[in-house]
Write a protein that binds this ligand. Structure first.
Ligand SMILES: C[S@@+](CC[C@H](N)C(=O)[O-])C[C@H]1O[C@@H](n2cnc3c(N)ncnc32)[C@H](O)[C@@H]1O
Length: 202
């Protein structure tokens, strides 16, 4: 499965030098909570001039996603099996990425579990740190309440400014969705809330 699937144990001690993980040294985008990897596969194929690092702490899902990358021998996509909070907080260096993607993060419905949500004020501090000026933060969810929380958290962070979100487009086939969760939720007829913010020159 290497080099597509890696764990923190495969890496030298922090801070993480990202470029040796990939075949070419080129701009990096990071996806947090990769799931089955549909975003990474499509993005990796259509944008060969960008490196993509997915972070997923469910190793079964991460390996399943890595098999899809391996099948296509994608040189520009890797998956790190790890807790994204640890990777962002301890491993990734300042201004290492031009994009950060968070799609359908677990909503953790119960009040006492909400602190497990990945999209938090602390997450935004790390997001602002690892993104280059002008870098983009993308977040999508079908959970209206979580979306509102995300929007309010970003509005309270002076390092980001909103951009117009992408509009929904018809899928040409079953793999033509942004992520597996987007496909699942759209097939259920649920609305999808999308946002994009730019890391300001600060
Ligand atoms: C609801 S799924 C969405 C998966 C994918 N983004 C999609 O849209 O199909 C959320 C994913 O985030 C992962 N996840 C949640 N918290 C995480 C964390 N702290 N670090 C890494 N992965 C995380 C979960 O294991 C799960 O695979």
């Amino acid at each position: 499965m290497r080099p597509w699937f890696l764990t923190l144990g495969d890496l030298p001690p922090a801070p993480l030098k990202v470029s040796p993980l990939f075949e070419r040294d080129q701009p990096l985008e990071i996806e947090v909570g990769t799931g089955r990897g549909l975003f990474l596969v499509n993005a990796g194929v259509t944008r060969p001039d960008t490196n993509f690092l997915g972070i997923e702490y469910d190793f079964k899902e991460a390996r399943r996603a890595a098999r899809r990358l391996q099948k296509r021998a994608l040189p520009n996509v890797r998956i790190l099996g790890a807790d994204a909070r640890v990777v962002l907080g301890k491993y990734l260096t300042d201004a290492c990425a031009v994009g950060l993607h968070v799609y359908f993060p677990d909503p953790w419905w119960k009040r006492r579990h909400k602190k497990r949500r990945i999209f938090s004020a602390e997450f935004l501090v790390e997001a602002a740190r690892i993104l280059k000026s002008g870098g983009l933060l993308n977040a999508w969810t079908d959970v209206e309440e979580y979306f509102q929380v995300m929007t309010e958290l970003v509005a309270a962070n002076p390092r980001f400014e909103p951009l117009p979100p992408p509009s929904e487009r018809a899928a040409a086939h079953d793999m033509d969705y942004h992520t597996s969760f987007e496909r699942k939720k759209r097939k259920l007829g649920l609305p999808i809330y999308r946002a994009c913010w730019r890391r300001k020159n600060w």
